[in-house]
Design a protein around this ligand. Structure first.
Ligand code: NAD
Length: 499
């Protein structure tokens, strides 16, 4: 019998009632490991109602006590790290060490959330006028929703609910239907940590569930991470229904390689950032841009044997560089992009399409591929591939190289490899991309900074976690109070000024 996953509503696991399901796979074997219930609009409304009921009391809990729940949640997640990482690896396909990294990067946001009381303090001006004090405070919004992608099933839900809940909101998470077990387990741990029932709910589902979250008047804010077309739809629909929205989208992250870069280091970094987690990272490097033909030739010479010797293996194999892709469908999409690149005339230096894992022929494995002489007019360059495929675009000089990420429709991450501080500094200042690495291939900001791309990589104006996350999940109220002394004054018909 295939295991049936549940929803998590009002502090307990709840069986799906819609009669609609989607299969969850073990990508190593290709077998169905469970089925996800797809919530009806009514089931989603039940989760919203449970969060609405929990909100007034949770918002009234003092910030330090809420932070103590976060401290305990952190302890519990750490104590269950191995179980969570294995669960994640078996549904997503990333290797266990990388799965622990997924949980750990989420936990770092929980660590940040433990200190959120400090950021909720607001501002105060004493004596803003005669007998007048003015103060502002940050108050929680109400029920917030998070809609998350398959590729970081631990980290991205924690980015969202960690900050939202610590700020006094209650939350409904709609995780990816491809790997929902970890978010469900995290909700259980949040209850065990002391969050009252209804503070964190998880509903599984597809478009019907998402559309309910985007339109229901009970939801105040929507945080989304996923592909750009859906991010744009989420942004437009939720905003049209009067909600706050942050919607992160897809990416095409470039690495500029200057002639003076340390090439061995660059190749190490490109291998990790291009092929780690089978390239299924929104901050993966998918385009390498060597500056000058000589740099390009040196890069190719060193990169080809490294891509050829990548160790693709079971996600449970500690020696594997990366595991299978998330689904057969996604692997076919990536293969089709490689076919297209060949058709468009790029040079396929390493072809991973025929890779098959002995004994696991039904697993969703794909070898690493490397393209050279890719040009910006090719659709393979314009679109996100989200697989173990690295493309080399040769640039004649720094200006041509630097213009590529700036002109690209996506603007999530970018890196420059150089020993020249001046080139690095002007690149970081000019490039139209939200997160920049200088000799750092995957510049994911730490939890106490904020994460977000530009252009079609993010819709809305506040980033995830860090101070921007606190701004997203709170609204400012400003109070002006006057306690006049002496006789009661008459009415004033002129707007008060501070002349
Ligand atoms: P996806 O857009 O297919 O799905 C994301 C979420 O949206 C899921 O919960 C899914 O159920 C829901 N969804 C899918 N189709 C929908 C529809 N038609 N209407 C309403 N909801 C819908 O993304 P994915 O394949 O799970 O994740 C990979 C994508 O996410 C890549 O494009 C990657 O770059 C991006 N991503 C971006 C970031 C970032 O911070 N910018 C981080 C991680 C992943």
């Amino acid at each position: 019998m295939t295991k049936e996953l549940m929803h998590f509503i009002g502090g307990k696991a709840v069986k799906g009632q819609s009669g609609r399901f989607l299969d969850v796979y073990n990508p190593n074997t290709g077998e169905v490991s469970a089925r996800t219930p797809l919530a009806s609009a009514d089931e989603v409304r039940a989760a919203i109602a449970s969060a609405e009921k929990a909100f007034p009391d949770w918002a009234a809990v003092n910030p330090q006590r809420r932070a103590r729940v976060m401290f305990e949640f952190k302890r519990l997640v750490e104590a269950n790290m191995n179980e969570l990482a294995e669960m994640l690896s078996n549904e997503h396909g990333k290797v266990v060490a990388d799965s622990k990294g997924d949980v750990q990067r989420g936990l770092e946001v929980i660590e940040f959330a433990c200190g959120i009381p400090h950021l909720l303090k607001g501002e105060f001006t004493e004596g803003a006028g005669p007998g007048i004090d003015m103060y502002s405070m940050r108050q929680p919004l109400g029920v917030c929703a998070g809609i998350t992608p398959f590729n970081f099933p631990a980290m991205i839900p924690m980015w969202m609910f960690g900050v939202a809940i610590a700020c006094g909101n209650t939350f409904v998470c709609k995780p990816s239907e491809k790997d929902p077990s970890v978010p469900l387990r995290l909700a259980e741990l949040m209850m065990e940590a002391g969050a009252p029932e209804g503070v964190l709910n998880v509903v599984n589902g597809d478009k019907e569930a998402v559309d309910t979250l985007l339109t229901d008047p009970g939801i105040e804010a929507v945080s989304f991470v996923g592909s750009s077309a859906i991010a744009e739809y989420i942004y437009a629909t939720a905003a049209a229904h009067g909600k706050r929205v942050q919607a992160m989208g897809g990416a095409k992250n470039h690495a500029i390689i200057m002639p003076d870069a340390d090439m061995d280091r660059v190749v190490d970094d490109l291998i990790g950032a291009g092929y780690g987690s089978a390239g299924e990272r929104c901050m993966a490097i998918s385009v390498a841009v060597p500056v000058g033909e000589e740099t390009a030739d040196r890069l190719v010479e060193k990169l080809v044997p490294r891509v050829q010797s990548l160790k693709v293996g079971l996600s449970t194999d500690p020696d594997a560089d990366y595991g299978p892709l998330v689904t057969a469908q996604h692997r076919e999409k990536v293969k089709a992009c490689i076919d297209l690149g060949v058709k468009e005339g790029a040079e396929l230096l390493v072809d991973g399409r025929d890779f098959s894992m002995q004994g696991y022929e039904n697993g969703f494995f794909l070898g690493g591929s490397l393209f050279d002489k890719v040009t910006p007019d090719m659709s393979m360059y314009k679109e996100e591939i989200f697989g173990p495929v690295l493309q080399i675009v040769r640039a004649k000089d720094f200006e041509e190289a630097a213009a590529l990420p700036t002109k690209h429709q996506y603007g999530n991450g970018v890196a420059i490899f150089t020993r020249d501080g001046d080139a690095a500094r002007s690149f970081a200042s000019q490039v139209q991309v939200g997160m920049v690495g200088i000799n750092v291939p995957i510049p994911v900001p730490l939890a106490y900074h904020s994460f977000g791309g530009w252009k079609r990589s993010a819709f809305g104006d506040t980033n995830q976690h860090g101070p921007e996350g606190v701004r997203f999940y709170t609204k400012v109220k400003t109070v002006t109070s006057r306690w006049p002394t002496g006789v009661k004054e008459g009415s004033s018909f002129v707007i008060p000024t501070m002349k």
